[in-house]
Design a protein around this ligand. Structure first.
Ligand SMILES: C=C(O[C@@H]1C=C(C(=O)O)C=C[C@H]1O)C(=O)O
Length: 357
C-alpha cells in the first residue's frame, strides 16, 4: 500500500517544485509592476484587474479542481504578490471574527493589515483620514434588508465604492461547554437575533435574548461567562474556543450579507461591473417615473432600488439604485447624464466589478 504511494508522492514533490518556481516568477513580475506604480504614484490595488484574473481562471479551468477552490487560491496568490508591491490596510467593523472580517479576506486575501473599528462610522472615518486605504462595510442583508447607517454615510462621504462582497451568513449557537446547561441568556447582534428568531422561538423560547454590539462580542462574552450562549459564525467560535450547540440556525438557509469596499480609488471597467447611485426625486408628479425612464430608454438594467427617509421630517426620500455596467460604458454614461438632469440630488457612489459569488 505505502509502496504504491511513493511514486505518486514523488510526482507531487516534482509538481510542487514547479509551482514554487512559477509562483516566485509571478511574484518577481508583480514586484516590477510595483516599481512602475511607485514611480507614477499609481494605486497598488486594482480590483478591476484582479476580477479579470479571477474570471479568467474560471474560464480556462479544465478541472478536476473546482472554480471556487481555484479562485480562493488565486485570491491568495494575488494578495501575496500585491503585498510585495505594498501592504494595504483595511478597516472593517470589528472585532476580529465578524463577517465583516471574513468579507475583508474574501476581497483582499489574507496578506493585508486589518484595522478593526468599533462602528460603521469609524470605518468611514479611518478610510477618509487615510489610516486605512480601504474600508469594508455591510450594505444589506437578504433577510433583514438595508443597513441604514451605511446608506446614510455613503450620501456625503468623499469615498467611493470600489468593490462588493457577498457572504453566506451561517449562524451557530455557541457556548463555552458546547451544551446549554446553566445558560440564562443568548447574546448576539440584533440582526443575528432577528435572523434566527423562528428557530429560537421553537427551541429556546424561555431563555432571555440580549442584543450586544456584535456577534463576535457575544462570542467573547460566552467564553468568559458560561451562563451566556452566543449566536455567531463558526469563525468566531474557533477564535473564542467555543463549542457548537447547533450549527446553521438561521431561519433563511440562503441568508447572505452584501458588503461594500469603500476607498479613494475609482476602478476602471472590468467587463462585468455595477454602478451604485444615490438619488432624490423633486416634488413633482411622475418624477420617479421620469428618473427611472432614463435608464429604460438607454437599456440600462436596474438590479436594486431601495428607499430611505431623508430625515428632514417632510416625507422626503433618498433612493439607492444599482445598475448594470460601468460609468464609462456609453449607455450608462448617457442614461446617468439624463437622469442627473431630472434629479433633485444625484451622486454616483461608485462603479466596481460585480462580485464572484
Ligand atoms: C500585479 C499587479 O498589482 C496587483 C496584483 C495583481 C496580481 O497579482 O495579479 C493584480 C492587480 C493588482 O491589485 C497589477 O496591477 O497588475
Amino acid at each position: 500500500m505505502t509502496d504504491k504511494l511513493i511514486p505518486l508522492r514523488e510526482q507531487i514533490d516534482a509538481i510542487d517544485a514547479q509551482i514554487l518556481d512559477l509562483l516566485n516568477q509571478r511574484a518577481a513580475v508583480a514586484q516590477k509592476v510595483g516599481h512602475i506604480k511607485a514611480e507614477t504614484n499609481a494605486p497598488v490595488f486594482r480590483p478591476e484587474r484582479e476580477a479579470q484574473v479571477l474570471r479568467g481562471v474560471a474560464e480556462r479551468n479544465p478541472g478536476p479542481m473546482g472554480n471556487t477552490e481555484l479562485q480562493t487560491i488565486w485570491r491568495e496568490i494575488m494578495s501575496a504578490c500585491r503585498s510585495l508591491e505594498k501592504r494595504v490596510t483595511i478597516a472593517f467593523l470589528g472585532p476580529a471574527g465578524t463577517y465583516s472580517e471574513q468579507a475583508v479576506y474574501q476581497q483582499f486575501g489574507t496578506a493585508v493589515d486589518v484595522l478593526p473599528c468599533a462602528s460603521i462610522d469609524e470605518v468611514f472615518r479611518a478610510t477618509e483620514a487615510g489610516t486605512a486605504e480601504f474600508g469594508v462595510v455591510p450594505v444589506e442583508n437578504s433577510t433583514e434588508g438595508a443597513i441604514g447607517r451605511t446608506l446614510d454615510l455613503l450620501l456625503h462621504t468623499p469615498l467611493t465604492i470600489s468593490g462588493e462582497v457577498s457572504i453566506a451568513v451561517r449562524h451557530s449557537l455557541l457556548t463555552g461547554t458546547g451544551n446549554m446547561d446553566g445558560i440564562t441568556a443568548i447574546c448576539a447582534h440584533a440582526q443575528a437575533l432577528a435572523q434566527c428568531q423562528i428557530w429560537l422561538n421553537n427551541n429556546y423560547p424561555e431563555i432571555e435574548r440580549r442584543a450586544v454590539s456584535s456577534n463576535a462580542e457575544a462570542a467573547r462574552m460566552a467564553r468568559d461567562d458560561h451562563g451566556i450562549a452566543a449566536i455567531a459564525g463558526e469563525r468566531a467560535g474557533v477564535r473564542y474556543s467555543l463549542g457548537t450547540v447547533k450549527a446553521n440556525i438561521q431561519d433563511d438557509p440562503h441568508n447572505r450579507t452584501r458588503f461594500a469596499v469603500i476607498g479613494h480609488l475609482q476602478p476602471g471597467p472590468s467587463g462585468e461591473d455595477r454602478t451604485s447611485l444615490a438619488l432624490a426625486a423633486p416634488h413633482k408628479a411622475g418624477s420617479i417615473y421620469r428618473l427611472l425612464g432614463s435608464l429604460a430608454q438607454h437599456n440600462v438594467s436596474m438590479t436594486r432600488f431601495e428607499s430611505r427617509p431623508a430625515r428632514t421630517g417632510t416625507w422626503e426620500y433618498y433612493f439607492y439604485v444599482d445598475v448594470e455596467g460601468h460609468i464609462e460604458n456609453e449607455a450608462v454614461a448617457k442614461a446617468l447624464d439624463e437622469l442627473q438632469g431630472n434629479a433633485a440630488f444625484f451622486k454616483v457612489l461608485g462603479s466596481y466589478p460585480v462580485s464572484l459569488t
